[in-house]
Structure formats: structure tokens, C-alpha cells
Design a protein around this ligand. Sequence first.
Ligand code: 13P
Length: 246
Amino acid sequence: MRRKLAAGNWKMNGLSTDMGEVAALPTSLGVEVLICPPATLIDRMVRDPNTFVQVGGQDCHPNPNGAHTGDISAQMIADAGASHVILGHSERRQDHGETDALVRSKIDAAWSMSLVAVLCIGETEAQYQAGETLDVLRTQLAGSLPDGAAPGNLVIAYEPVWAIGTGLVPAMAEIEAVHGFIRTELATRFGTDTADGIRLLYGGSVKPGNADEIFAVPDVDGALVGGASLKAADFGAIITALDAAG
Ligand code: 13P
């Protein structure tokens, strides 16, 4: 039985004055809620007595420490009290040239600190138009997932790059086919029991207005939400929709 997960990726947004948005989220529902704020807010969010969410980082360096100005290690994220870290987000892949091999080494680093890795995969618009989606996802999974994936250390987010921040969302049948494909790929490599336990999130323009239909799709165990996770009114509605999806 996979517990539903509503995850918010604040990206490069969020100041101390935004903490009230977390405190205002619904708390007594049967779904897990994770927020990945900028690194500057991790400690504050972990310690805030008014928040009940799990807290994650948005990236980590493969090394535990060293001369890497501006980077943050998995050790530091864990030390700040976070339990998760997003890795392989398309904005990291695009803005920082991250490869599957680098993402894989970051997941190893996250696991060495007992952080749950939230691995993001997804095709670009050109790849989607060319019908290459499943090939791209197969390559990303094979290249970025280390051995040892388990329900307790991994969440996978399918985020079509063309759906991020655009208001565009694939057809529900496409999301269903892709999530089914990811689970089958996981089963081939890690076995059916492991594959059946790993949560698969959909990400890309999830809003209160489309959450119900997305959460009704088989093999969608929750969402990784960007823009709509910044305001409690929107993210709260998404959390409530996920809870209602059962
Ligand atoms: P949006 O929800 O803003 O489209 O962002 C999705 C995303 O990239 C989450 O990681």
C-alpha cells in the first residue's frame, strides 16, 4: 500500500515571511506532505512549531564537503533536519548541465545520509513531439538510479519539461501510460515488490482545478507541485484533493 504524497517544490522562491503559508496547510489528512523550500528556509521550517510538513532540499552535491563554493551537501541538508532531497530536476539538468551520471552520484550521496531521493525525470517538448518520451524516461531511469532503490529511499516524479510552469498537462491517458511504464521499468530492474512500493508523482502545472482528475489516474501516488505550492490556499486544495482520491 503506497501512502499518497503531496510534495511542494518552492524552487528559488520563499522568504521567512512566507512561513505562514506552511502553517496554514491542512494537517489532519491521511496523506504525507513534503515541502522543499530554498536551503535558507530548511532549518526554520523544520523547527517551526506551527508546521507539520516534512522538509526537503532541492539539490545536493555528490561530495559530503570540500571546495565547492555555493554548493550544498547531502550531509548539510540532513544536518539541517530535512528528510528528502529533490534530484535531477529538469531545471538543474538545463541550467547546470546535470547528466544522468551526476544525478546518480547525488542519489548515492543522499542515500548515504538516509535522505529520501525525489528523482525527477521527463521529456522535453521536442522529445514529446518526436514520440520519444518512453525512450527518454528509460534512459534517465537506467542512468540516474543506483542499485538499491527501495520504497523507503526513493520517490520518482514524472515531470514533462513542457508541462512545467506552462499550464499544459498531458492527457490523462498519457500520464497513465507513462506511470505504468515507469513502474514496469522499476519492476524489471528491482523486482515487483520494490516497484509496487515506490511512489510515483506527477509534476507539471498541477493546480486545484486539475488535481482531481490527475489523482484519479492509476499509478499516480501524488504530485510534485511548483507554483501552486507557494500559497496555502492552492496547495491546501491540492492536498485535500489527494486525500479525497483515497
Ligand atoms: P509547476 O507546478 O510550477 O508547473 O512546476 C512543476 C515542477 O517543476 C515541480 O518540481
